[in-house]
Design a protein around this ligand. Structure first.
Ligand SMILES: Nc1nc2c(ncn2[C@@H]2O[C@H](COP(=O)(O)OP(=O)(O)OP(=O)(O)O)[C@@H](O)[C@H]2O)c(=O)[nH]1
Ligand SMILES: [Mg+2]
Length: 394
């Protein structure tokens, strides 16, 4: 028979754990097709929680104790507990379960049923129909929990999950095997473990189900939740999205384009100062400065796109001269598009003459409209050309 282990991390939960273990053992009887057991992970609690648990382990083989010499935080305790349960204890599924009787043990059979029906990760959710938080929670606490969850869902843009921070979960071994390297990072040793774990599992495409439950306030002992948690969670989610953005090719393309524009403007100003006034046939000093600044922008765009935007398709040294010439043609294409659209707007459609009104200068507005349209289409062309011709997918 497959094994499932309910992991209960404890820190100063002497009274709670004594109440909880019999409740768990009782509900296990409802589950026929899994061998259920309990693993308490205690960080050598000052109140000697481990002593109580040790006594129970002697009477009941389905209860085990893992004793940590020192407190490393909730994430650290779960990491060790999961290693032990999936390793030594041979579990296929583990539960994350609080010692303070906040989680509804009667829901455990329903979690196992979801697992039987193919879920990889089951969440006990307070924010789906049938679930809830204690009515007697102060406004401050409710606000933190609800707004916290909405903030996380919004920043991570995933509204399919309704309870990101819940500590009541069932996890298949294959999920842990894949997520473990990610949550081994030091920043997940505390409560941020929960959201880091869930985020990693979701991104790896595991099937997540939510089971509603009513969260019950602890009546005994102290909450270990603190400001550390809020700060680390916010840091984590924003850093995550920033990393996503910096990995996004369109963002990089836009950023490099912005740098290119800056290079062009600055170099034009500098060249205007440096170049003496001259005219050689059609080449005035202004035209030469303009062309040189455009070329400098092109060099900047080409280099940065090659090293960053398309780093995964970086050109070989031998390809660079040929591709650089192509890149120049592509850039000219974009300039041409802008010229055509601007002159279409001004001449062909005749907007320039139609709308030169004395008071409202329509001419400027329509000119701006066509300029922006031209730039946007030019950008589309650039991105298309880079992808299709210059940094072709191999
Ligand atoms: N082993 C271990 N257990 C911990 C640690 N921190 C918290 N726990 C346990 O993790 C569970 C959840 O902690 P709580 O303090 O109840 O946190 P919470 O449920 O989010 O907050 P409350 O609603 O205020 O109770 C409890 O069983 C704690 O004893 C830790 O550093 N090590
Ligand atoms: Mg609690």
């Amino acid at each position: 028979m497959q094994k499932a282990v309910v992991i209960v991390p404890t820190f100063n939960e002497r009274e709670n754990i004594q109440k909880l273990i019999p409740l768990l053992l009782e509900v296990f009887k409802q589950i026929k097709n899994w061998e259920m057991s309990i693993l308490v992970v205690d960080d050598t609690s000052p109140d000697k929680t481990y002593e109580v648990v040790e006594k129970i382990t002697k009477e009941n083989k389905a209860v085990k104790l893992l004793l940590n010499a020192k407190k490393e935080g909730l994430g650290g305790a779960y990491l060790k507990g999961m290693d032990y349960a999936f390793g030594e204890l041979g579990a296929s599924v583990i539960f994350q379960f609080d010692a303070d009787l906040s989680h509804d043990h009667l829901k455990i059979p329903q979690f196992m049923q979801e697992i039987d029906e193919g879920a990889d990760l089951v969440l006990g959710s307070r924010y789906v129909k049938g679930g809830g938080i204690p009515a007697n929670w102060g406004l401050h606490r409710k606000f933190l929990s609800v707004v916290g969850n909405i903030t996380i869902a919004t920043v991570l843009t995933n509204f399919n999950i309704h309870d990101w921070t819940t500590g009541f979960r069932a996890v298949r071994k294959k999920v842990f095997d894949k997520v473990r390297p990610y949550v081994s990072d030091a920043r997940f040793m505390g409560y941020t473990y929960q959201i880091g774990f869930l985020n990693s599992a979701l991104r790896q495409g595991f099937k997540v189900k939510e089971v509603p439950f009513m969260f019950v306030d602890r009546t005994i002992g102290k909450s270990k939740l603190g400001v550390e948690y809020m700060k680390n969670t916010l840091l984590y989610i924003f850093k995550l999205r920033l990393d996503d953005l910096l990995k996004n090719r369109i963002f990089k393309f836009a950023f490099v384009g912005g740098v290119g524009t800056l290079v062009q403007l600055v170099s034009l100003a500098v060249l205007r100062l440096l170049l003496p006034d001259f005219q050689f046939i059609v080449f005035t000093s202004f035209l030469v400065a303009t062309l040189m600044s455009i070329e400098l922008a092109i060099i900047s765009n080409f280099t940065l796109n090659n090293l960053w935007t398309f780093a995964d398709r970086k050109l070989k040294t031998s390809q660079i001269p040929g591709k650089f010439i192509q890149f120049n043609f592509a850039s000219m294409g974009s300039i041409l598009i802008q010229l055509v659209i601007n002159s279409l707007g001004e001449n062909l459609i005749g907007l320039k003459d139609l709308f030169v009104l004395p008071i409202i200068n329509f001419n400027v507005d329509t000119g701006l409209f066509f300029a922006i349209t031209g730039i946007l289409i030019g950008l589309f062309w650039n991105f298309f050309a880079y992808n299709k011709f210059i940094w072709k997918k191999k």
